[in-house]
Design a protein around this ligand. Structure first.
Ligand SMILES: [Zn+2]
Ligand SMILES: [Zn+2]
Length: 352
């Protein structure tokens, strides 16, 4: 079958047409992959950057971790799904045996395996995955939107991690890639009083503005002064989300939130970022939290409900739909004027 395989610990990945069919274990489901969205992490894996190398891949491995598809076969011990079910996949595969797993923190499993890095992923016509990572899509949610839920779930988790502090609040979002944009969208949907975004790229700035954010340029605007002047009585925004991964971003956010405000970090900076503990954490009383992936399974429950209700739409995120053999072009698009680039391993569906 067709697949994109990372075979060697070096730059690149190969589009192949002769990969053997996946083996379906007793507790696995076999999916015909409908859509596999391309993530910035896939570009890192392709380019083999230091942060990609830090994932300790099992090679060779089929790339792709933002996946939706239809069940075409179930292992003999599978209990939750049947042939024909439409699923989105959680990409983090917990062990359900370690300490965090045993106390309900499976999102932080000490033995976590990741689809597309340690288990064959979704840049393939078919993929076999443990049934434990399957999430049934509501009937009204399309398979292509299903492939966006993994990354949108990061945005949902970040807001949940703030204690849903966006409600009635002035919100600051640093970085307007797909996850940052969904943080903006969800903040407004969940009742933010205002959203300020920080983004230098003109294409992304326009999208953030169209969602309802006031957009500042980190290189030419005084972000801290703007946030303090929004409500001088409060002295800054109530909650801030760091999605850009730029090492210089966090200090600005810590200056821009009010006393006792919340900061949630999502982007992974490539180097350690110093924090002024005395000024920001102790005296200012900021609560700083981080996010990696989604909360299992409250994120999926919340996001599914919002999509099913029709109040949340994610389809606007998709700017490019490509065949699987255009994988390298998809990687190139990520650095240009694109939002979500989605691969369709069994062909791009006709759109009416
Ligand atoms: Zn990803
Ligand atoms: Zn575990």
């Amino acid at each position: 079958m067709k697949a994109v395989v990372k075979s060697r610990a070096e730059h690149g990945a190969d589009f192949v047409t002769d990969l053997p069919e996946p083996e379906v274990g007793a507790t696995d489901v076999l999916l015909e992959v409908a859509a596999a969205s391309v993530c910035g992490t896939d570009r890192e894996l392709y380019e083999w950057t230091p942060s990609a190398q830090a994932f300790n891949l099992r090679l060779p491995n089929v790339l792709g971790h933002e996946i939706s598809g239809t069940v075409i076969e179930v292992g003999k011990d599978v209990t939750r799904f049947e042939v024909g079910d439409r699923l989105a996949l959680e990409s983090h595969v917990p062990c359900y045996r370690c300490y965090p797993c045993s106390v309900g923190d499976a999102h932080n499993c000490t033995n976590m395996l990741l689809l597309g890095m340690h288990i064959d992923g979704g840049f393939a016509e078919r993929t076999a995955v443990p049934e434990s990572v399957g999430v049934k899509l509501p009937d009204s949610v399309s398979l292509e939107v299903g492939s966006l839920m993994e990354s949108a779930g990061v945005a949902w988790t970040a807001i949940a991690r703030s204690g849903f502090a966006v409600n009635g609040a002035n919100v600051l979002v640093s970085g307007c890639g797909p996850v940052g944009l969904v943080v903006i969208q969800l903040s407004i949907l969940l009742g933010a009083a205002s959203v300020v975004a920080i983004e230098p790229n003109p294409y992304r700035r326009r999208i953030a503005e169209s969602l309802g954010a006031t957009v500042l340029d980190p290189f030419s605007d005084d972000v801290v002064a703007h946030c303090r002047n929004l409500n001088p009585w409060r002295g800054g925004v109530d909650v801030a989300f760091e999605v850009s991964a730029a090492p210089s971003a966090l200090p600005t956010l810590l200056e821009s939130v009010r006393r006792e405000g919340d900061v949630v970090t999502i982007g992974h900076p490539s180097s350690a970022v110093p924090i002024d503990i005395a000024a920001h954490i102790n005296k200012k009383g900021i609560t700083l939290r981080g996010v990696f992936g989604r909360r299992l399974w409250s994120t999926w429950e919340g996001l599914s409900q919002m999509l099913e209700s029709g109040r949340l739409d994610l389809s606007w995120l998709i700017t490019h739909r490509l065949e699987l053999d255009k994988f390298e072009h998809a990687i190139e698009l990520l650095t240009g004027d694109a939002n979500k680039v989605v691969l369709f391993p069994n062909g791009v569906p006709a759109r009416g």
